[in-house]
Design a protein around this ligand. Sequence first.
Ligand SMILES: CC(C)(COP(=O)(O)OP(=O)(O)OC[C@H]1O[C@@H](n2cnc3c(N)ncnc32)[C@H](O)[C@@H]1OP(=O)(O)O)[C@@H](O)C(=O)NCCC(=O)NCCS
Length: 359
Amino acid sequence: MPTVDVPIYPRPFFCAVLKTLPPLMITPASRILGTGHYLPSIVRTNLDLERMVETSDEWIRERTGIRERRIAPEGIVTSDMATAAAKSALEAAELKPSDIDMILVGTVTPDMPMPATAVYVQQKLGAGSCPAMDLSAACAGFIFGLSIADQFIRSGTMKNILVIGVELLSRVVNWEDRTTCVLFGDGAGAVILGPAGGATTTDGKPRGVLSTKIQSDGALAQSLMIPGGGSVTPMSLEALELKRHKVHMKGQDIFKVAVKNLYSATKEALDLTGMTADQVDWICPHQANLRIIDFAATRLGVPKEKVLINIDRVGNTSSASIPILLDESIRSGKVHAGDTVAMCALGAGISWGGAIIRL
Ligand SMILES: CC(C)(COP(=O)(O)OP(=O)(O)OC[C@H]1O[C@@H](n2cnc3c(N)ncnc32)[C@H](O)[C@@H]1OP(=O)(O)O)[C@@H](O)C(=O)NCCC(=O)NCCS
């Protein structure tokens, strides 16, 4: 059999060649048509927490950047918050519930284990019989949903997909554990993803989802979990007494991996587009801890003014974090149509991801 000699070029050679090429011409399949969010009205401040556990406003602000968080009142459930955010996103997209072809809900605090929270959202919106499902990727749930929705639109199977990130963490947080209860808050964010349809900015750049990159590493599953209520530790009186139905976290383990992976997620998503960090207008990171965000942004070489932040007012709302921040930033007039936004998130699993979009 004849053989062909294939030259083996060293990696630096390829990198040098790649740098001489113009940015990739990306043709986005999908585009964000509208965004919305919902935050419950109850504000729980650090001073409120000082009265509940041994902590201080100073410690929480310095170690996390959080001043206050929102708490859902009794009677409000996860699907209520998700539906409110979805209605607002539909209105912004000028679409009706019957226009939705699929509903994806990222959440680790569903209405109940079965059925999916997404079907309650479907029912409350009055959307037709489109597929509706939940995604469990914790704080990365929204990026996972966006990536999956983009693939369905790219394949031509679906047109308009409602992607929601929603959490009612106050019901699964142990309010006696100061290492976790100070971090989390409740809320919902939603986007409608639809066909990009060749839309461009005024200077001719394609608008839409330019890239997504999602990853998981089960080796770190023990770092952040709600260990009870599943097949490992079914609901029992003993499990309840041991608070196995509450959030358990090894904070420092998550901190270290979050700094590393938020950087790599953004970098890898950028590499897929041929862009560099200085070419994006905004970084819209998951709001887990201001110090994590600062470290990751510094490593990316992005100045503070380009980093969107609302952790001081809402805390860590897990999968809802990015879509709430994005919608707030658009509605406040800070972020505009045509802006390029890099999103990145990491959470339990661990699961993480990045996405580059041009609005
Ligand atoms: C949880 C987190 C804020 C803790 O901050 P930290 O700087 O790592 O603090 P440490 O865990 O080293 O604890 C330092 C001290 O503060 C204490 N402490 C912890 N929580 C406290 C609180 N709420 N108030 C006051 N003191 C607190 C600790 O007990 C410890 O005391 P010790 O030194 O006497 O043992 C930080 O690790 C973090 O943000 N991790 C990532 C969490 C995360 O993002 N989770 C969600 C994933 S999306």
